[in-house]
Design a protein around this ligand. Structure first.
Ligand code: PSV
Ligand code: MN
Length: 411
């Protein structure tokens, strides 16, 4: 009975949504079609419990192994229908490609970007001396071994059928006397040229930047300008990766996105949200309007033909410290889909006219209408139901977990 009432309310809401969109010159079926085509890549590390620099508060229920993490990713995809690709961190997820492939397949998944994590100390020469960096480490033996690790990751990409190499380096300095800035750049470029030269077929490398941490004085790739310069030097295969958490407070990220699109160098995103620094919170959980503004730019570029949405890699990179990691991942996917629906619901013709007429007030009202007055839930839910997915994946997960708990309790 309750379900029937919910279904009928949903139907009415969808009919209203269709009318609202129609009044803005937007076809709801087109929005649903685009939404269904949006793939969001989830990181294997995001299914584990993360922490701050102070502690990791595990309660024993979190995935510990690659197999556990991919099982959780499989569940995320089953519930959302939108996350078939999983970004892998090497060596954390192991280096046994057959085992990784088998596990991915068992859960209906595919390999996403390969993250060549070279920040965790391991066997010599990649031991404590990684404190001086990886690809810019002034100790030749360490630098070579770090580069070899990256080349090993490229070899794994071939075996796993992964297209994208996500490059983030922990390289940086804490003071001006530690390393010449010129030397840091020279070593970086030399290493990256060899790395990029190893790519083949349609493989690409995404250069990620971050203005601080762990280098607090000068990180090797601190901002989008330098990431762009490197991507340009490295050629066609290299693009820039925008991690939302890697900017100083107040940065206009959507402008960086549009600039990179104009320059033909936007590779993709690491979605997350922040309040103060690289907080790695669920994307859209602190500032959903920022996420909307970013999607607004992406949709405009898609419509104008500058860059198709399908050519952008949508990846999540979050650190799930407090909430249940799988739940927080589903929350993030939902927030991304929501932002996309809202951006697709903008009255583009009216916005263009307002901008041509320098009617800034009207332009802002048009964006605000789309953000605040689009029944996004109804659109998202009906699109999911049409694809045989649960209307609310988070609620579905919670319901199935509580059912499992009560079954175990009565046994
Ligand atoms: C660094 O802060 C980063 O954003 C990079 O993408 C890493 O690969 C990721 O976090 C995982 O810690
Ligand atoms: Mn990142």
């Amino acid at each position: 009975m309750l379900e029937q009432i919910q279904d009928s309310i949903r139907e009415q809401q969808v009919a209203v949504a269709a009318k609202i969109l129609q009044s803005r010159g937007v076809d709801i079926e087109e929005v649903k079609r685009k939404l269904a085509a949006l793939e969001v890549e989830v990181p294997s590390w995001g299914f584990a419990r993360a922490g701050t620099r102070f502690a990791v508060y595990t309660d024993g229920t979190e995935p510990q192994t690659m197999q556990d993490r991919l099982a959780a990713a499989g569940l995320c995809h089953k519930l959302t229908g939108s996350t078939p690709g999983v970004a892998l961190a090497i060596p954390r997820d192991g280096e046994d490609c057959d085992l990784i492939l088998q596990t991915l397949k068992a859960h209906g998944l595919k390999a996403g970007a390969i993250n060549s994590d070279s920040f965790n100390p391991r066997q010599a020469p990649l031991d404590y001396r990684l404190r001086w960096g990886s690809l810019t480490n002034p100790i030749p033996e360490v630098r070579r071994a770090a580069l070899d690790h990256h080349l090993g990751c490229v070899a794994m990409m071939g075996k796993l059928g992964s297209r994208n190499f996500s490059l983030w380096l922990h390289d940086g300095t804490n003071s001006a006397g530690q390393l010449s800035l010129f030397e840091q750049s020279r070593l970086l470029e030399e290493s990256l040229r060899e790395l990029t030269g190893a790519l083949s077929g349609d493989q690409q490398i995404f250069v990620e930047y971050k203005f601080f941490e762990p280098g607090f004085y000068a990180t090797a790739i601190a901002d989008w300008g330098w990431a762009y310069a490197l991507a340009t030097k490295l050629g066609e295969r290299a693009k820039v990766l925008v991690d939302l958490g890697h900017h100083p407070l107040g940065t206009n990220i959507e402008q960086i996105v549009s600039n990179l699109q104009i320059l033909g160098k936007l590779g993709g995103f690491h979605f997350n949200d922040k309040k103060y620094a690289d907080d790695d919170l669920a994307t859209g959980s602190v500032d959903p309007f920022q996420l909307f503004r970013i999607f607004n730019v992406l949709v405009e570029a898609d419509f104008s033909g500058l860059q198709k949405i399908g050519d952008v890699a949508f990846m999540i990179d979050e650190s799930h410290c407090l909430k249940d990691p799988l739940e927080e991942m589903i929350e993030a996917v939902d927030n991304i889909q929501r932002a996309y629906v809202l951006a697709l619901s903008v009255d583009r013709k009216a916005l263009k006219e307002a901008q041509d007429n320098v009617d800034a007030e009207l332009g802002d009202q048009i964006l605000k209408n789309a953000f605040f007055d689009t029944p996004a839930n109804a659109i998202l839910q009906s699109s999911r139901l049409e694809r045989g997915l649960p209307a609310d994946p988070l609620e579905e997960l919670r319901a199935s977990r509580s059912q499992q708990r009560s079954q175990t309790a009565t046994r």
